[in-house]
Design a protein around this ligand. Sequence first.
Ligand SMILES: CC(C)(COP(=O)(O)OP(=O)(O)OC[C@H]1O[C@@H](n2cnc3c(N)ncnc32)[C@H](O)[C@@H]1OP(=O)(O)O)[C@@H](O)C(=O)NCCC(=O)NCCS
Length: 202
Amino acid sequence: MEVLIRPYEEKDYIEMLNVTMELWNLKMSPYTKRDIFTNTNIIKDTGTIPSKINEGIIIAEVDECIAGVVHLDYCGKRVSKPESLCVLRLIQKYGLFRLLKVREMGRFFEHGVKEDELHIHGIVVSSKFRSMGIGSKLFKEIESIAEKKNIKKITLEVLDTNVSAYNLYKRLGFKDISKSTFTKKQQKYFKSNSHLYMMKEL
Ligand SMILES: CC(C)(COP(=O)(O)OP(=O)(O)OC[C@H]1O[C@@H](n2cnc3c(N)ncnc32)[C@H](O)[C@@H]1OP(=O)(O)O)[C@@H](O)C(=O)NCCC(=O)NCCS
């Protein structure tokens, strides 16, 4: 199987969003109480992930399909201005309460990136392509991006129940640095007690 690892291009937008949502929907649905289709539209319509310039996204392509996506955060990342619907239209479409919930969720998962840090905001391999080494290939690319930028620390977060991802990160040299404990409500939603923060020093 040939895997092409390359930067995101504007033409990838919808497919990239669909693969990304295989991960993000798990976090969004407890907040929005909506299905993956609506949650994908919320991300698109609020401009949460801009479609044009987006330097921080890496694509894994197999047979012209997007099999994996990584979202990175680092200081100085070039991103185009989000093209969101106007606030009134958003409220009409999704309701104020739901939009506030999405904002609350965004704040909870926000991570202020430091100068010397490359943060993996999300990594996802589409379900039918998992356990074939694509995730590991994406990590190689992440490290090469960090090296080119002379950044020595790579960080990420993982739910404490995501054993397979956690084991992969450990094997790739990430170490636990801290954890944030979920509220009782979040523990119920995510079926998990906490988010573990991990770091690899290059
Ligand atoms: C986490 C994720 C990105 C890993 O991607 P992947 O393409 O499956 O990763 P890889 O194939 O490189 O490695 C993972 C698997 O290969 C095996 N593997 C990879 N390299 C290996 C090695 N050198 N030696 C032994 N086993 C290895 C691991 O045992 C693991 O198997 P398992 O998941 O069946 O237990 C992917 O599983 C995913 O998208 N999960 C859902 C979303 C998610 O949880 N994202 C992470 C949020 S923090």
